[in-house]
Every structure is written in structure tokens, then in C-alpha cells.
Ligand binder design. Structure first.
Ligand SMILES: [Zn+2]
Length: 486
């Protein structure tokens, strides 16, 4: 495959620190990059800011951390697009005032024949969002009928705000695409796969808009809410280490039998997430049909059979031009290790990680190192091939698959704010810093992962999570693979 699609995720700070022209030269030289995923807006360290404080700085860019980083919109906000949302034209990032990431980079990229995407992470958990006018009025409602911790997909002010951002971007910038991310889990998946600390205000959503959707589906919201209150209590019992006389799994299943609304409410939540995807897709296409629209499929899809079932490639392909499937081979080791540990404090609390790991690996089609070795071994390149092939088969030819390649992605994320507590509840992150026992990426492992993606049928790769945490020698592993392919 000559000139394969190679995208890279880059935040505003890297262009400001390293200079646009020099940075583009560098990523072309090291990795054969021909597409840029420009992180805006973003309120999460997954895509914005410099290296995570506490983690080693890479061998380029400013040799300093930015602990006060907040994030936001790094393009120019045109207020006329934000009239149908109470949030209004809020969200300009406080960093780099006067700098417009899209206006700066797109023309320079275009001259070099590179594509430009807006890489949008809704970052629903970020503290900074709560400081925008009326944002808190878009919050979900939890099982106790109080405002919850994340915005609601069915809230018109929240929906219209995100639709306004994409309308603003697609109208005013010569973007080649929109890549959109919503890294959050619905209530049932969350409560099954790990301790959720009394629900953390995350077992949702019982707002008036969601109740209306439920009414259309003939789902009794009172029964759903009653069931979720009991399930949160069950989750807390499992997390505490107490054991129920019939066992944790049987007690869980009995609740599902008594309250089938647990499943219907969870599906309503997931469908609401995907309805926002549909609306973003249609909005972009109505303005400029040639702009590509697609979604970030988060790493949990590799670890959780429950989340995997939520995210049906075949169904999603009907409103996707591309899917950026996260197949981070290296950090998968510590992440899956933690996922197994968490599920053994929830749905599988009757068992131990050494019981559960082989079965989960079988159910998920994973063939990796022994459980205890996972954090230090990471996952193999063959994992990338298998996960890519599954996605390619899943979309049945209706969408392009770009595999996400791990370039020095931290095994887990340092918890400093609410967002990280919530991510911990999702089962893939903790409050810990880097561990010396974790596997690290090498140029060879990255080369092999890249080649494995194409062997699995990928149409391209996207290098993640963000340039500001990548070492240049690791990045060069992609260049090695591209030369082999060419
Ligand atoms: Zn709602």
C-alpha cells in the first residue's frame, strides 16, 4: 500500500511551542504523516496540553509542564452560530490568546497535501465546562432526582452547543473532516464493570427530556429509577468486599429479571449518545457533504464485552465515514489488568482475576500474556491486527477504519480532578502515576503495531493520544512501517 493514510493527533500547544512549519516537517519526516487531527475543542489531557505532570517529558517541545492547563476552543468562535443554546458562544480556551489553531495550520497543511481534521473531545467530565454560562443547567439527572455530573445528550442546550461548534468549524474553515469523541459509559455497563462509589452522580439520566424519550418507548422511568437505586446498592456491596448469600452474580441477575427497565434505560442512554452522533453527521453533511465525519471508538471496546455490545459497528457505520478505533497495544496491558481487577469488585466479585482473565480473554478474542505479566508485557502487535479486522468486518464496507496506534500513551491517568475520578469509575484509569513496571513503547513495537493494523485491513492509522507525549524515536517506528508498506 503506497502512501497509506497516517494521521496524528496534535494540540495547539505543540504548534505554539515548536512552530507550525517545523512541526509539520518533523512529523512527515519521522512518521510519513499526511493527516492532522487538530485537538479543538478539548478540555481533557487525553488530547490537550503538554505531557501529564509527573510523566517524563518527551525529547521535543518546551521542557516544562503546564499544570494550570484548562482547555477549550482553540479556533475563533463566531457568535452567530450559538443563538440556539443557552451556553452561547462560550468556550474560548484561555491558553494562547489570539492564536487560531485551525486558521494557522490548515493552509500550511493544505500546501503540503496534508488533510486537516478537527479532533473534538466532548470531555463531558471536565471542570472547566462548568464555568460556562448555563452549562450546569444541561446536566443529567441522577437516580435521586438531583443534577448529576455530566451533561445530558437529550438536553437541547447541550446538543445545540455541540452542533453549533461543528457548524461554525465546517462553515468557516477548510477542514477535511470532523473526528468526534464521547468517552463515557452508560449506567448499566458502568455498574457492572467496576466500583462506582454510590453511583458518583453518574447513574443517569432521569431529566425531563430523557423521560419524554422513555415515554415514546413505553418505558416506566419510575421502575428504571427504582431498579438503578437497588443496583447502585448492589455495586457498593460488591465493592466493599461483603458477600451476598446467593453470590454477587446471581443477585445481579435477579435484579435484571425483576427490573428489565435496567436494560431498557441503559439502551436509551446509549441510543441518545448515538443520536447526537447522527445529528452531528447530518449537520456537517448539510453544509459541506464532502467533509468526512467519524468517531473515536474508545479503548474500553477492547476490554469490556458490555461496552463492546453497546457500540455496534454495523449500526454505527450508517452514520460514519470513518471510525478511529483505539488499538493502543502497549498501554492495553496495564489498562486491561486494571479492568479485570475492577470487574472482580463488581459483576464477578465471586471470582478472582485469575479465574476471570482467561474467560474474558476468550470472550473478547484476546490472546495475550498471562494476567500477572500484562502490565509489563503490554498487548502484542497481533492484538492490533485482530481488533482492526473485527472493526473492518463489523462496518461491512460502509465506513473506513483507521486504527489508533499507541505512541507512548500513559498506562493510566493521574487523577487530579473530577474527570479522573469519573474515568476511574469507568474502569480504565486510577489515581496512580506511571509505574516502572509498565511496558514502554519501542520503535520496533510501534512499527509492528502499524504493520499489524494494515495486515488487519485498516485503511489507515491515527497516532495517539497526542504529539506532546510522544518521543521522536518511538514516532519513527511508524516511519519504518510506512517505508516497508511503500
Ligand atoms: Zn437527560
Amino acid at each position: 500500500m503506497a502512501n497509506p493514510f497516517v494521521g496524528i493527533r496534535i494540540g495547539a500547544v505543540s504548534f505554539v511551542d515548536e512552530g507550525t512549519s517545523a512541526l509539520l516537517d518533523l512529523v512527515v519526516d519521522k512518521a510519513g504523516v499526511n493527516a492532522l487531527f487538530l485537538a479543538t475543542p478539548t478540555w481533557t489531557r487525553r488530547s490537550g496540553g503538554r505531557q501529564l505532570p509527573g510523566y517524563p517529558l518527551p525529547d521535543h517541545g518546551a521542557q516544562d509542564y503546564d499544570p494550570d492547563w484548562l482547555g477549550g476552543n482553540y479556533a475563533t468562535i463566531h457568535p452567530e452560530y450559538y443563538q440556539r443554546t443557552a451556553i452561547g458562544p462560550a468556550g474560548r480556551a484561555p491558553e494562547h490568546p489570539g492564536y487560531d489553531l485551525l486558521a494557522d495550520v490548515i493552509p500550511e497543511a493544505s500546501r503540503r497535501g496534508m488533510q486537516s481534521f478537527a479532533w473534538i473531545d466532548e470531555s463531558s467530565q471536565a471542570a472547566q465546562l462548568r464555568r460556562y454560562p448555563n452549562f450546569v443547567s444541561t446536566m443529567e439527572v441522577d437516580i435521586w432526582n438531583k443534577p448529576a455530573r455530566r451533561p445530558c445528550f437529550n438536553n437541547p442546550d447541550y446538543r445545540n452547543w455541540h452542533l453549533a461548534i461543528v457548524e461554525d468549524y465546517v462553515t468557516n474553515y477548510q477542514l477535511d473532516g470532523i473526528a468526534w469523541s464521547s468517552e463515557r459509559l452508560g449506567p448499566l455497563t458502568m455498574l457492572m464493570q467496576g466500583p462506582a462509589r454510590q453511583g458518583l452522580g453518574l447513574v443517569t439520566c432521569f431529566c425531563a427530556y430523557c423521560k419524554k424519550v422513555a415515554e415514546d418507548r413505553h418505558i416506566d422511568w419510575r421502575r428504571a429509577q427504582e431498579g438503578y437505586r437497588k443496583l447502585v446498592a448492589w455495586n457498593a456491596t460488591m465493592a466493599s468486599g461483603s458477600r451476598l448469600s446467593d453470590g454477587g452474580f446471581v443477585s445481579f441477575w435477579r435484579l435484571v429479571l425483576q427490573y428489565p427497565e435496567l436494560i431498557s434505560w441503559h439502551t436509551l442512554w446509549t441510543d441518545s449518545q448515538h443520536q447526537l452522533y447522527r445529528d452531528i453527521y447530518g449537520t456537517v453533511k448539510a453544509i459541506r457533504p464532502e467533509v468526512q465525519v467519524g468517531w473515536h471508538m474508545s479503548h474500553n471496546i477492547s476490554f469490556s464485552p458490555f461496552f463492546r455490545a453497546d457500540q455496534d459497528y454495523s449500526a454505527i457505520s450508517h452514520f460514519s465515514d470513518f471510525l478511529n478505533v483505539v488499538t493502543y497495544h502497549n498501554c492495553a496491558g496495564p489498562r486491561f489488568h486494571r479492568w479485570i481487577e475492577n470487574v472482580c469488585s463488581a459483576l464477578f466479585a465471586d471470582a478472582t482475576p485469575s479465574d476471570v482473565y482467561p474467560l474474558m480473554a476468550k470472550l473478547l478474542g484476546l490472546k495475550e500474556a498471562a494476567y500477572d505479566q500484562l502490565p509489563s508485557a503490554g498487548f502484542s502487535a497481533d492484538y492490533v491486527r485482530r481488533e482492526t479486522a473485527r472493526a473492518v468486518a463489523g462496518v461491512e464496507g460502509r465506513a473506513t477504519i483507521w486504527s489508533g496506534i499507541d505512541i507512548d500513551v500513559p498506562g493510566e491517568v493521574t487523577a487530579t480532578r473530577t474527570e479522573d475520578v469519573i474515568e476511574a469509575a469507568s474502569g480504565i484509569t486510577t489515581a496512580e502515576g506511571p509505574s516502572e513496571e509498565w511496558a514502554t513503547c519501542t520503535p520496533e513495537s510501534v512499527r509492528d503495531a502499524t504493520l499489524a493494523a494494515f495486515a488487519g485491513g485498516a485503511d489507515g492509522v491515527v497516532l495517539g493520544r497526542k504529539y506532546s507525549e510522544m518521543r521522536l524515536d518511538t514516532l519513527a517506528g511508524v516511519g519504518m512501517a510506512v517505508k516497508t508498506l511503500g
